[in-house]
Design a protein around this ligand. Structure first.
Ligand code: 9UX
Length: 72
């Protein structure tokens, strides 16, 4: 079943950054929902943990030039 996780993302300064992170993460297999709030610098995802991991998410965010850290 689906799990929900929040990540703090650093480096985003504009609406294009937001689009880029949301789209990149949203395209990963197993990710059902990907939503970024620029003001809070949070990324919320709904995902299937048997398909995609936190580490995959962080890698995808890093590949587009930002840094994601999982909130505890
Ligand atoms: Mo535009 Mo946002 O180059 O980093 S995408 S500021």
């Amino acid at each position: 079943e689906m799990e929900k996780k929040t990540f703090s993302v650093s480096g985003m300064t504009c609406a294009s950054c937001v689009q880029s992170v949301e789209k990149t993460v949203g395209k990963l297999d197993g990710v059902k929902r990907s939503s970024v709030n620029l003001t809070t610098e949070k990324l919320v995802i709904e995902f299937d943990p048997s398909v995609v991991t936190s580490s995959d998410i962080k890698k995808a965010v890093s590949d587009v030039g930002y840094e994601a850290q999982e909130d505890m």
